[in-house]
Design a protein around this ligand. Structure first.
Ligand SMILES: [Zn+2]
Length: 251
């Protein structure tokens, strides 16, 4: 099965609604692409479908240029077919060190049509170590952080929506759907998280979840979020690439 991670979650939710356990579908392997997948989401999909879930990164122009191996720690750059540079975002000159964040610039090798030379993917990744216990010698990226255009400065703090995705999928599973909205009131940036919580929970529990999330977000992002709990069905359901981050500051 190949899909975006969010679509994998969506199919599982829909299947359960009509009384089908996704585990019973007999999926052996799932390959996810199209948007950054956090590790909690990958594990969640493995649980839901009881199958192996692998991450992949690519784009329309260069094709898929890095993929996860059976060790499931980071993605191998497919070096026989791609020359990938992970460059400093500001200057696009220097290759970053292992463990550092940079933008992936890709040159597909041996292309006869649609040649690309040093194509800027605008994908932000963390450079990984060179060796892997699977035995492949291809270089690795440790993690896909997100799109360069999704990284924003809010109140002077560099913010990636993926941090929130990771936190919610890992620690706040009662949250069914959410959306992040950044607005400017006067000179200040206001960041709000709108969310739908499992309606079967008591309002006291719901309140506690909101409070807990606010505290964890402050630690993880250094930002104070406004929390808004919405009735079930208020927020849009995303079936393709999720657009849960809305920047309304008109920057
Ligand atoms: Zn490997």
């Amino acid at each position: 099965m190949m899909n975006t991670p969010i679509y994998g979650l969506h199919i599982a939710e829909e299947a359960r609604k009509i009384g089908i356990d996704p585990k019973s579908l007999g999926i052996e392997r799932m390959l996810c692409a199209g948007e950054p997948m956090s590790e909690p989401t990958r594990k969640r999909l493995e649980e839901l479908y009881h199958c192996h879930v692998f991450d992949q990164i690519g784009g329309t122009e260069p094709g898929a240029w890095a993929s996860m191996c059976e060790v499931k720690q980071g993605l191998h750059i497919i070096e026989p077919f791609f020359l990938v540079e992970i460059l400093d975002q500001e200057t696009l000159q220097k290759e970053v060190e292992e463990g550092q964040m940079g933008v992936a610039v890709v040159t597909p090798l041996g292309r006869r049509s649609f040649p690309l030379i040093r194509f800027n993917t605008y994908d932000i990744v963390i450079k990984g170590e060179d060796n892997c216990s699977c035995g492949r010698a291809w270089k690795k990226i440790k993690e896909v952080v997100g799109r360069a255009d999704d990284l924003r400065k809010i109140r002077g703090v560099l913010f990636s929506p993926k941090t929130v995705e990771k936190l919610i999928r890992d620690e706040f599973r009662e949250i069914i759907e959410y959306e992040i909205v950044v607005e400017r009131t006067g000179m200040m940036d206001e960041v709000t998280i709108r969310m739908e919580i499992d309606p079967n929970l008591e309002s006291k529990v719901t309140e506690q979840i909101g409070k807990g999330l606010k505290e964890r977000l402050k630690i993880k992002t250094n930002l104070t979020f406004q929390i808004r709990i919405e009735p079930l069905g208020t927020l849009p359901r995303y079936t393709l690439k999720a657009k849960r981050f809305k920047d309304k500051r008109g920057l």
